[in-house]
Design a protein around this ligand. Structure first.
Ligand SMILES: Nc1ncnc2c1ncn2[C@@H]1O[C@H](COP(=O)(O)OP(=O)(O)O)[C@@H](O)[C@H]1O
Ligand SMILES: NC(=O)OP(=O)(O)O
Length: 320
């Protein structure tokens, strides 16, 4: 008996791109991408239509820090602006995933093309996110190092879900995906598309066809939800380091969640079970997607468990 083929937007978390957060070498990231390709191609092999989205927090932060460091005292090396760093991170992560998935498709003799599309995402310049930076980017620091960086460079730094201190930048909500019609055309034609990488390059619509890049990093969970809505996907699957979302996370009372209703999700958010900057945007993006139209489902699980998750065997599922 055949099973239902779904249109799935897969959002890849940090661990799918960088196995060891301390090993930031591009070569290591490519090795990780090759591991990541396997469970993705499992889904493609099952006949699902897969659209791939991914984060860029560590990578965009590294690019910005590299330019800032290199340009100090060197007038010939200007600092690369934020939107350009976002585009660069989107480009190189897309290139890695494109290579990795292509190779895996070839191994399994699946005749499909894959392309990463440079994707811009429209944001509202009045979004409150511009006044209150929340998006962690780049490496982790100790509190002492963070204080030094705040004083020296004027960064805003915050503690990131018990894992250390990171620079935080503005993170407005995605309003629209500029290249969405192209993504749709490619997906409808049976191709695999990598899009809204790093949440998309944030742009403000100035009218008359003019888009202007703005210094921010859009949350990839929200951008994935947005493209899933636009493409009328059946599933938004957010892949991260944990198999299930939990309440009372990291405490002796921790309870992993299997299936939750919209009401339960709202209640758990209200009770503060999900850390801002890590699990909270995932649950909120899942919630927004399932609320947008009846029948839509969201799944939060680990990369390795994606296939079992779709079969209803694991993960945390949210249904409308
Ligand atoms: N309530 C929760 N349930 C499960 N994990 C949680 C929860 N709150 C915070 N986390 C943490 O959030 C992490 C996922 O966020 P993050 O690492 O930022 O995501 P990404 O995979 O997109 O890079 C999990 O690996 C876990 O450590
Ligand atoms: N842009 C973004 O959300 O990146 P991360 O998932 O790496 O934080």
């Amino acid at each position: 008996m055949g099973h239902k083929k779904n249109r799935i937007v897969l959002a890849l978390g940090g661990n799918a791109l960088q196995a060891d957060p301390k090993d930031t070498r591009a070569e290591s990231q490519l090795v990780t991408a090759k591991q990541t390709a396997k469970p993705i191609v499992d889904l493609i092999q099952e006949g699902h239509e897969v659209i791939i989205a991914h984060g860029n927090g560590p990578q965009v932060g590294q690019l910005i820090a590299t330019y800032e460091g290199a340009s100090q005292g060197n007038p010939n090396l200007p600092i690369m602006p934020f939107p350009e760093c976002g585009a660069m991170s989107q480009g190189y992560i897309g290139y890695h995933l494109q290579q990795a998935i292509r190779e895996e498709l070839f191994k399994r003799q699946i005749n499909k093309s894959i392309a990463a599309l440079v994707t811009q995402v429209v944001v509202d310049e009045k979004d409150p996110g511009f006044q209150n930076p929340t998006k962690p980017v780049g490496s982790f620091f100790t509190e002492e190092e963070a204080v030094e960086l705040m004083n020296e460079k004027g960064y805003t730094m915050k503690e990131d879900a018990g894992r250390g201190w990171r620079r935080v930048v503005a993170s407005p909500e995605p309003v629209d995906v500029v290249e969405a019609p192209l993504v749709r055309t490619l997906v409808d034609a049976g191709h695999i598309v990598i899009t809204v990488g790093g949440g998309g390059i944030p742009v403000v619509d100035r009218g008359h066809g003019r888009l202007e890049g703005v210094p921010a990093v859009i949350d990839k969970d929200f951008a994935s939800g947005k493209i899933a809505e636009i493409l009328d996907a059946d599933y938004l699957i957010i892949l991260t380091a944990v198999e299930k979302v939990a309440i009372h996370f990291n405490t002796p009372e921790q309870r992993d969640l299997d299936e939750i209703t919209i009401e339960e999700a709202l209640q758990y958010i209200e009770e503060g079970h999900f850390a801002p900057g890590s699990m909270l945007p995932k649950v909120k993006a899942a919630l927004k997607f399932v609320q947008s139209k009846p029948g839509r489902k969201a799944l939060i699980t680990s990369l390795e468990k994606a296939k079992e998750g779709i079969q209803g065997k694991t993960g945390t599922v949210l249904k409308s």
